[in-house]
Design a protein around this ligand. Structure first.
Ligand code: PTJ
Length: 257
């Protein structure tokens, strides 16, 4: 049995409780017409990487989450992009992050249909979102085919910092070329999306989004200088190398211990 959020009756003592809960949420998202069927495949890919990383947040991913919070707080117009997987897994958490950072929320789909756009926007509103952008679609990302290029001109089109969780490689590269600061959440440190990002967060979106919110709340009163020093301390290439190494070495931490 699942509830409206796809939560199921899995005993919390189960060793893979979180992973099974996440899987069921994606399944419920597909049943509710929020998540695409391709989203199931993407989730499976993510799960495999999460398993190899030890299903935990590496210290380097936590540093990326803090840098992401600093970028969102420094931005003139930050936007959180939401696709079908993100809407199924972390709808309320995205709303919390938008509130903590003053970001807009925009639905932006790889497999765009009007019906799924509406359903996701409704689902986000049910989880407390105010305005949800993405439905106007009066802007475009150059270099992509018609449907995948659609954005709101006063949303992602106007943003200086964009959070794109679980983005496909083409779009991550095209968004990066627009000169926006791009924060990507992707469990695969070798993906083109992670490599195109200014801030690649190699962590599960279910851990990453609340962690960025926690950092944003912690940094809420920080001045510009302190936020810029958080950015200066973060090295994207190093974070990707550390995650790759952790996968090769079986989920051990950065020191290889
Ligand atoms: O809802 P739509 O139409 O916008 O489609 C969304 C998907 C995710 C289907 C679409 O963007 C897609 O096909 O993505 P890809 O190319 O499969 O890439 C998804 C990436 O996200 C892969 O590198 C996965 O490892 C990673 N990933 C999957 N689940 C998670 C994840 N990363 C973090 N947290 C997860 N839970």
């Amino acid at each position: 049995m699942t509830d409206a959020d796809g939560d199921v009756d899995i005993p919390e003592s189960h060793p893979r409780y979180e992973s099974l809960l996440t899987r069921h949420r994606i399944e419920a998202g597909v049943e509710a017409g929020i998540t695409s069927r391709q989203g199931l495949v993407a989730q499976g890919r993510g799960e495999a990487f999460d398993y190899l990383l030890g299903e935990r947040t590496l210290p380097s991913a936590d540093a990326a989450e803090r840098a992401a919070a600093a970028h969102l707080l420094l931005a003139d117009h930050p936007v959180l992009s939401v696709n079908g997987n993100v809407a199924a897994l972390v709808p309320g958490e995205v709303v919390d992050l938008a509130e903590a950072t003053g970001s807009d929320i925009e639905v932006n789909l790889f497999n765009r249909t009007d019906e799924r756009m509406e359903r996701i926007a409704d689902h986000l509103r049910e989880h407390g979102a105010g305005e949800v952008k993405g439905l106007t679609a009066d802007g475009t990302i150059p270099g992509l085919d018609h449907e995948r290029a659609k954005v709101d001109a006063d949303g992602i089109g106007d943003a200086d910092v964009v959070l794109v969780p679980l983005e496909d490689g083409d779009r991550a590269e095209a968004l990066g070329e627009l000169g926006k600061v791009e924060i990507v959440i992707d469990l695969n440190p070798m993906s083109r999306s992670a490599r195109a990002a200014d801030v690649p967060i190699v962590d599960n979106v279910v851990r990453a989004v609340p962690a960025i919110t926690d950092h944003a709340r912690d940094l809420a009163d920080a001045d510009r200088g302190r936020l810029e020093s958080v950015l200066a301390a973060f090295d994207a290439d190093e974070a990707l190398s550390v995650a790759e190494r952790a996968i090769r070495e079986g989920g051990d931490d950065e020191n290889g211990t």
